[in-house]
Design a protein around this ligand. Sequence first.
Ligand SMILES: [Zn+2]
Length: 340
Amino acid sequence: MKAFYADEQKRHDPKAFLSSGSPKPNPEQPERVERLLAGARAAGCEIVRPGEHGLGPIAAVHTPEYLDFLERIYDRWQRIEGASQEVIPNIHPIARGGSYPASAVGQAGYHMADTSCPISAETWESSLWSAWSAVEAAEAVLSGEPAAYALCRPPGHHAFADVAGGFCFINNSAVAAQRLRSRAARVAILDVDLHHGNGTQGIFYARPDVLTVSIHADPIRFYPFFWGHADERGEGPGLGYNLNLPLERKSGDVEFLAALDKGLQRIRAFAPEVLVVALGLDAFEGDPFGGLSVTTPGFARIAEAIARLRLPTVIVQEGGYLCDELSDNLTSFLTGFGAR
Ligand SMILES: [Zn+2]
C-alpha cells in the first residue's frame, strides 16, 4: 500500500494547550510523524510524497472566509501589540449571527472552537500538505489501487467547514471523501478515532451522498462534549445518513468490535462505492488521552472487519498520541487491513 506524506507536514509545532484550564505541552507533536512513518514502513508501505493540488479540493469542503482566515491570521496576529506568539482565541460567539468580525481577535474566536489548535507561522503550509496527502491517497484509489494511506498531520476530523478545533485545521477525511465523490455516487466515512468526528459530521450533516459513521468515547463526559451523541442522525436530506456509536469510557476490544459491527452493517446498507477510514489510534489503552482500552492486536481485528467490506478504501490518519506503542498500533491496523 502507498503511504502519502510530505516533510512540510512536520513544521507545524504547536506549543499551547489547556487541559482542564492548566497549561500543558500540546500533545499533537511533530514527533508523531516519525512514529507513524516507522509504523507504515513496518507494515510494508512505500512512502510517497504527494504533489501540490492547490486550494480547489480543500475549498470544496471549507468556506472561502475560513481559508482566507487560516492563511493570513498568523501575520495579522503579529501586528497586535502584546499578542501571544501563537494565535489563540480568548472569546467565542455563543451563537453565530449574520455579522462577521473585522478584527483578528474576533475572527479567531469565530473560527476556532477551542484553545487546542494554536496557529503558528508554519500551520497553514503544514495543513495544506496534510490535505494534499489525503487528496493524493484519494487519487490513488480512484486510479485503481485497492487502498491507500494518507499520513495526515495535522489531523482533520474536528475541523468544520469554517471552524478549527481539537488540533485540526483542514478536514482531511472530508477533503478525501469529496474528492472521491467526483467519480463515486456514494461515499462512506468510518471514523474510529477515540474522539467523535464532529467536524466531519458537520460538513456532511445535511447530505445523503456521504454517509458518516463514528465510534468514540461517549461525549457526555468526553471531548468534544457538544457533538457525537446517538440522537444526532443528520438533517434535511441528510436525515438518516449520520450514525454515532458512543462507547462507555475504558471500553475495550470486545465492545469496540461490537459497535464496529453495527457501523459496518449501516455502511453495507448504504452500498457505497468507496470508503474513507478516519483512523485515530488514540482509542488505544495506553494513549495519553486514556478514553478507551483498545489493544494493539485489537487494531488488527478492527482493520480485518473493515477490510471484509471489500471496498476501495482511503485510510486517513487522525489522532493517536505519543506512547511507546504508537508505531506498532499503526502497523497492526495496516497489516490487519492487508496490503492486497
Ligand atoms: Zn482523537
